[in-house]
Ligand binder design. Structure first.
Ligand SMILES: Cc1ncc(COP(=O)(O)O)c(C=O)c1O
Length: 417
């Protein structure tokens, strides 16, 4: 039997909690747009309620998931492994597809072992849980890492800050200025006098502004003061590293990091996340992360397809080379047309609008003109630094890119940014 909700009871309850009032204000100020519902596969274009948009908002930009061989592999894997593992890793186990995927990742990252999670976000939360846990199985079997201190780049992803929020700020948890090794070094110098367990966390490439960490200097500081390092490589995985690509010097440094975290929802284009690192610590993350023990794993056909895509991308580095070259060209054209862009020429292109209200107007005008972009404003970015984020999709035609450029030029004239 379905219980009918009394409308007046529901709204008065929500009023007590402040949700209705919050929603109303957000809508009025243009902060909230109803989440769009897609009715066809997402790729170079995206369809919402039968209206097609050129899609510059999705993060699986290589479009791997739409390729016929990948689809075929997924369907075969669904038949071979079934759709689900049926429970969490520790209670139910994982499929051989998971093991194979984790072994491939271990080989690619050059670490000792890897563990996968249902998402990159869960990997991050699980890492901080495990590294700060205090737990006794019996009087002789336990672990106590409640004396660990964490030093995070100020611009780290929400999942990292959220996971660390149980730590006392200024005592166990310290932010360092974004991509600033000197500031990190000052903190580590001080903390290493009183603490043995220090974890430094930063990202390889930051998703709002596309900036890239000065990995050599950050890892130098970690090594100098005996700190463990955790690099969230969600956005860089499979894109950057090889010699012929930009930033190869930085990304090569990842060999020195204690842990590397990846997401499979970006270059790989599927869903899931993983951490690679020292064998015993990774093994214990099964129990101590919480986000492995208390939830289900990646679905087996997805795990198998991730391995398939990893092999494909490794065998065909030109997929990434061509994508990065085209996205760099798009950036150059925007620069020539005097748009204000983020400083780092990574594949994440941000057009800086500045004023929040203008950014909302530009975003809404893009939608009206069948162009889907990402929009970041305070608190996602610093006040006065609102931006439109363009994630070019590998399947987009030159005409579709021209359409974006022409429309943004029109917006620039109208809103003077
Ligand atoms: C830096 C960073 N870490 C972690 C995540 C979470 O990854 P996932 O989508 O696999 O949960 C993201 C995704 O936006 C990210 O940008």
């Amino acid at each position: 039997m379905v219980m009918k909700q009394q409308p007046d009871q529901s709204s008065s309850l929500q009023d007590i909690w402040g949700f209705s009032c919050f929603l109303e204000t957000l809508c009025k100020d243009g902060f909230y747009h109803e989440v769009t519902t897609t009715t066809k596969p997402v790729g170079p274009t995206v369809t919402y309620h039968d209206k097609e948009y050129i899609n510059f908002a999705s993060i699986n930009v290589l479009n791997t998931h739409q390729e016929p061989d990948v689809m075929k592999h997924f369907l075969q894997a669904a038949k071979q492994y079934g759709l689900v593992t049926g429970g969490s890793r520790v209670t139910q186990g994982v499929s051989s597809a998971h093991k194979e995927m984790e072994e491939e990742l271990t080989r690619i990252t050059g670490k000792e072992r890897s563990i996968s999670f249902a998402s990159g976000l869960l990997a991050n939360i699980g890492f901080i849980n495990a590294m700060t846990c205090k737990f006794d199985f019996s009087s002789t079997c336990g672990i106590n890492n409640s004396d660990a201190v964490f030093v995070l780049d100020r611009d780290c992803h929400w999942s990292l800050w959220k996971a660390a929020s149980h730590l006392e700020f200024g005592k166990q948890l310290f932010p360092f200025r974004h991509n600033d090794p000197k500031h990190l070094e000052i903190l580590l110098k001080r903390l290493s006098k009183t603490h043995k367990k220090i974890v430094v966390v930063f990202e390889s490439i930051y998703s709002a502004d596309g900036s890239i960490a000065p990995m050599k200097e950050l890892l130098d500081a970690c090594e100098k003061y005996g700190a463990i390092s955790y690099v969230d490589n969600a956005n860089g995985f499979m894109f950057y590293g090889p010699e012929q690509r930009l930033f190869s010097e930085e990304f090569k440094q990842m060999n020195r990091a204690t842990f590397v975290m990846v997401s499979f929802s970006k270059a790989v284009g599927m869903e899931g996340g993983a951490i690679s690192g020292p064998k015993d610590m990774i093994t214990m993350f099964e129990l101590l992360s919480g986000t492995s023990l208390f939830t289900a794993a990646i679905q087996p056909p997805t795990a198998s397809t991730i391995t398939y895509i990893l092999h494909k991308l490794e065998k065909h580095p030109e997929i990434m080379d061509q994508y990065l070259e085209r996205s760099l060209k798009l950036r150059q054209v925007l620069e020539e047309k005097h748009f204000r862009l983020n400083d780092t020429p990574s594949y994440i292109i941000s057009v800086i609008i500045g004023n929040d209200k203008k950014a909302v107007k530009v975003y809404e005008a893009c939608l009206e003109n069948n162009i889907m972009v990402g929009m970041f404003r305070y608190p996602a970015v610093k006040p006065g630094h609102a931006l439109i984020r363009i994630m070019m999709n590998a399947g987009q035609t030159d005409e579709q890119l021209q359409c974006l450029i022409a429309f943004l030029e029109k917006m620039k004239d109208t809103y003077k940014f």
